[in-house]
Design a protein around this ligand. Structure first.
Ligand SMILES: Nc1nc2c(c(=O)[nH]1)N[C@H]1C(S)=C(S)[C@@H](COP(=O)(O)OP(=O)(O)OC[C@H]3O[C@@H](n4cnc5c(N)ncnc54)[C@H](O)[C@@H]3O)O[C@H]1N2
Ligand code: MOO
Length: 338
């Protein structure tokens, strides 16, 4: 590759994309890498501020930014991740499915520690739709030593940075506790909100059981759901400190392992997760009926990909665990529960 005045570059192969920006109107590629420069291009290039251009002069051991971008994209892409042809030296990675993005953060750190290599990504545990952009790969110079790219390829030879996990069709049921709802003093408002959330993951809905504030009846309800092979049981109501708040006790009685009662997340402090076998029992506090987004929205996607959560997963949520309660909620496009 060498630099030539545009007037002397006619007939030569341009080895960079040339970007045109007209504020408010257009930003895009005016000339594509690989374009053979013609006489009539000279004025346009000069108008774009290019008195000199890079033209191709291949040198042993060097590769163009486009090839570098695609090789990085290929190296880091795992399950259900696809990538585009480079544009302006950048290859975009996209999700091939609706699912949960898993990012190997250590590996991403390692790749971005390789000088001149950059991979920008969405956060770990991010819900994505089919076709959604999840990361962009690019090198900084226009041509790069191939050894650098080989290093990236080696780092990713065994593990991939980006995987999108599909939601599994899981059997799920709801147990709504609270004597005020059971006795018809107030209408159930929790059930429909939970059903809508379960629908997003394509859950097979087993139904909703109503229980008064009676620990034995809540236990009976949980057992009924487990007998129907529920893999996810959502319990609402009675998660806090009132005399009638008995749900944590019932969950504890029915489970083999309590992962957590309580989380450093607001809204969601009084959340509980326990397991009996592979079935997850989720104690969902009242806030999930009131706030559009709570800890439940960070946990459900992980449950539905079949991940088994640990106490540590909850501890980590403290940093960023305070929701700002924005007037218009943009979750997951924010820091909450990252
Ligand atoms: N002194 C304290 N007070 C509270 C604490 C605390 O730690 N100390 N925690 C607060 C947090 S955080 C939350 S969240 C709520 C937890 O509430 P619960 O999950 O225990 O909910 P309930 O007490 O059962 O109900 C609260 C409220 O919501 C109504 N409700 C309940 N279920 C339904 C339903 N299915 N449909 C319609 N309405 C329902 C219920 O009647 C109550 O009005 O506690 C804070 N307080
Ligand atoms: O669990 Mo409350 O769950 O923070 O509003």
């Amino acid at each position: 590759m060498k630099i030539l005045p545009v007037e002397k570059a006619v007939g030569m192969i341009l080895c960079q994309d040339v970007t045109k920006i007209v504020p408010g109107e257009f930003k895009g590629r005016a000339f594509k890498k690989g374009h053979i420069i013609k006489e009539e291009d000279i004025q346009e290039l000069l108008k774009l501020g290019k008195e000199h251009v890079y033209v191709w002069e291949a040198r042993e051991g060097e590769i163009h930014e486009d090839e570098a971008a695609i090789r990085i994209a290929r190296s880091v892409s795992g399950e259900n991740v696809v990538f585009d042809e480079p544009y302006e030296g950048k290859s975009s990675l996209k999700s091939a499915i609706k699912g949960l993005l898993k990012v190997d953060q250590e590996l991403l750190y390692e790749i971005n520690s390789v000088d001149l290599v950059t991979v920008a990504s969405l956060p770990d545990n991010f819900t994505v739709e089919e076709g959604q952009k999840i990361a962009g790969a690019r090198v900084i110079p226009l041509v790069i030593d191939e050894e650098i790219i080989k290093k990236v390829e080696m780092i990713c030879s065994e593990r991939k940075i980006f995987n999108v996990k599909p939601y599994r069709k899981m059997k799920a049921g709801i147990i709504t506790t609270g004597s005020e709802v059971y006795k018809g003093r107030i209408k159930d408002r929790f059930g429909p909100i939970m059903i809508k959330k379960l629908e997003y993951f394509g859950a097979e809905f087993l139904g909703q059981i109503f229980c008064p504030d009676d620990v034995n009846l809540i236990i009976k309800g949980i057992n009924e759901m487990l007998e129907k092979n529920a893999e996810v049981v959502i319990l609402t109501g009675g998660m806090s400190v009132d005399a009638d708040d008995l749900t944590p006790k019932a969950i504890k009685e029915c489970s083999e392992h309590v992962v957590t009662y309580g989380a450093p997340v607001q809204p969601g402090n009084m959340f509980m997760l326990a397991y009996r076998g592979n079935s997850a029992l989720l104690g969902v506090p009242g806030c999930a009926m009131y706030h559009r987004t709570t800890i439940l929205d960070a946990i459900l996607p992980r449950i539905f990909i079949g991940e088994r959560l640990k106490k540590e997963d909850f501890i980590k949520m403290g940093l960023g665990g305070l929701c700002q309660g924005c007037e218009v909620c943009r979750y997951p496009n924010c820091y909450f529960c990252r």
